[in-house]
Design a protein. Structure first.
Length: 140
């Protein structure tokens, strides 16, 4: 177990969900951090930034299969593979015509992650992605 939480989630009647500190905090103090649930490189940056760590650099290596995903090195490629494998084959099939928006790609990644990680992830410590979905459904 990590250190005790400094913040908690609460429900404010009529206003919705909120987060609040459980102790005095210093100005600028970091109270919570977590990895992104999932992410995707924006279309315009393809080839300029690594598809895995998003570092901007020259001479990124292409995915050997689709040649449309770019990485710093083998470690970055391996790190992105659980997500990129979902897209790599269609990138190969459609080649330069494969051009969905980052919103479409991100949605696909969220759905794939929900399927492969039905349990709560570290990113969902205070709010699950499922809860976002139920809220959206309630509004619609
Ligand atoms: Zn990288
Ligand atoms: Zn690929």
């Amino acid at each position: 177990m990590g250190p005790p939480d400094s913040i908690e989630r609460f429900l404010s009647p009529g206003k919705g969900r909120g987060m609040r500190a459980l102790r005095d905090v210093k100005l600028g103090e970091l109270l919570f951090t977590c990895p992104a649930y999932t992410c995707v490189l924006t279309v315009n940056e393809r080839g300029n930034q690594c598809d895995s760590c998003f570092s901007r650099k020259e001479g990124l290596s292409k995915c050997g299969k689709c040649k449309q995903a770019f990485y710093c090195d083998v470690d970055c490629q391996k790190g992105d593979w659980p997500m990129h494998k979902l897209e790599c084959s269609s990138m190969c099939t459609y080649g330069q015509n494969w051009n969905p928006s980052e919103t479409v790609r991100l949605t696909a990644r969220i759905l794939a992650k929900q399927k492969s990680h039905p349990e709560r992830t570290p990113s969902e410590r205070y709010l699950t992605v499922q809860e976002f979905e139920s809220r959206k459904t309630a509004v619609l």
